[in-house]
Design a protein around this ligand. Structure first.
Ligand code: FAD
Ligand code: NAP
Length: 338
């Protein structure tokens, strides 16, 4: 085990921000991870566990140790007549896991095709897309407790999943390294096509007999047409969460903004489409030299090349303030800021 000093992180974050890590290492096994952590504990500087870097904005160089998680492996660990349990290492690419499941006809995560990043980060914010969240198929995960190197198993309840939330983002922030995740997938698919434009895309594709492959293909096509590919334009997906407000507040906003987009959350709350708010406030497509708000998707902030993380962070602050002023709604950043 050895550290690399002053490692550039530019190709390790999808925003493509030039930042460096004071110390950097990769780990491909639990033994390697433990040995790196033992070495790290002698200094105990800041520690960042890095997956695909697709939910991160570096606003400065990282003063501390960055550890790139490369724990691999996908295996079936259990099955019965209706279900199959698949375990994946934290360093596996999430989309590769989705494609493995689709190919083997294990249903449940096809709506989450093409979400960038690694399996180990998926529970961090309970990733979700097109009406499905990780928690819907989640069985358990193993995580290493940084304090004493013990391996702990977390079930669904212990993860305290919420909308783009988990116990690892809150109560246990910076305390655990996720090693592997087990998903409970279905042998008898329940197709979820009511969300967004999936049905329209399936129709355009001439699909007569629905399959999880057809859904994954439709989701991939929609995402490719709407979202900037980080390989071409630096971004970290949705920069903000969709805010939840009371129904009362929603109806009062609707009086002034009749076309406001909201979806019910339980009986008392409404989830607003943050993208709609940002667009309505005039920010969609706004460009400042080499960064800005994406022209097709107002929720996505972009780096056209060479932008600084602090500039993008400042832009996000301006947007939060503009939304507060115009709608009296508080936007919260979804992207992790370092
Ligand atoms: P990173 O960015 O590397 O890390 C994110 C956070 O998790 C960091 O705080 C990091 O320290 C922590 N972390 C990572 N791995 C571990 C680990 N093993 N143990 C402990 N902590 C860890 N998200 C969605 O939910 N739905 C979407 O549809 C979606 N679409 C996106 C589209 C685009 C184009 C992009 C660029 C991003 C999108 N995202 C989406 C956001 C992002 O892809 C997800 O949040 C993804 O899970 C991040 O994975 P990552 O490996 O890149 O995490
Ligand atoms: P969209 O389909 O244009 O919809 C806009 C917003 O409305 C979405 O954020 C979604 O909320 C919500 N929505 C749409 N239909 C809904 C329904 N039937 N019930 C409840 N809420 C509904 O969104 P998009 O930007 O193209 O994204 C499509 C999907 O991919 C969404 O699920 C989105 O979360 C996901 N995505 C996430 C990221 C990220 O970085 N987090 C990036 C790109 C796409 P939800 O976000 O709560 O689903």
């Amino acid at each position: 085990m050895s550290f690399i000093y002053n490692q550039s992180l530019k190709t390790l974050n999808t925003f493509g921000i030039e930042a460096s890590a004071q110390r950097f290492s990769r780990c491909g096994s639990i033994e390697e991870l433990v040995s790196i952590l033992d070495e790290w504990k002698k200094k105990k500087d800041n520690l960042l566990i890095l997956g695909g870097g697709s939910n991160i904005l570096f606003t400065k160089d990282f003063e501390g140790t960055v550890l790139k998680n490369e724990l691999m492996g996908i295996e079936v660990v259990k099955e019965n007549e209706n279900h199959i349990w698949v375990k994946a290492g934290a360093g596996e690419v999430w989309h590769d896991l989705v494609m493995y499941c689709v190919k083997n006809n294990f249903a449940g995560i096809e709506n989450m095709a093409l979400i960038p990043g690694c399996v180990g980060a998926a529970p961090m914010q309970n990733i979700g897309a097109y009406g499905v969240e990780l928690k819907d198929v989640f069985e358990s995960l193993d995580a290493l407790k940084i304090e004493d190197n013990s391996i702990c198993n977390f079930d669904l309840e212990a993860c305290e999943f919420g909308y783009r939330e988990s116990v690892f983002k809150r109560k246990y922030k910076n305390q655990y390294i996720i090693l592997s995740v087990v998903l409970k997938l279905s042998k008898k698919p329940e197709f979820k096509t009511s969300y967004g434009t999936i049905q329209q895309q399936l129709k355009e594709n001439g699909i007569q007999n629905l399959s999880i492959q057809a859904i994954a293909d439709a989701v991939i096509q929609i995402r490719r047409s709407k979202l900037p590919d980080p390989v071409e334009i630096g971004n970290a997906g949705s920069f903000f969460k969709n805010p939840e407000i009371t129904n009362e507040k929603f109806y009062s906003l609707k009086e002034n903004f009749p076309d406001i987009v909201g979806y019910p959350v339980g009986d008392l709350h409404t989830k607003l489409a943050a993208g709609w708010l940002i667009e309505k406030a005039g920010w969609k497509g706004k460009t400042f030299e080499n960064f800005g708000v994406h022209k097709h998707q107002a929720l996505v902030l972009v780096n056209y090349g060479g932008a600084k993380g602090e500039e993008i962070y400042a832009l996000s602050g301006q947007i939060i303030e503009a939304i507060r002023q115009k709608f009296g709604v508080e936007l919260e950043r979804e992207v992790n800021i370092y």
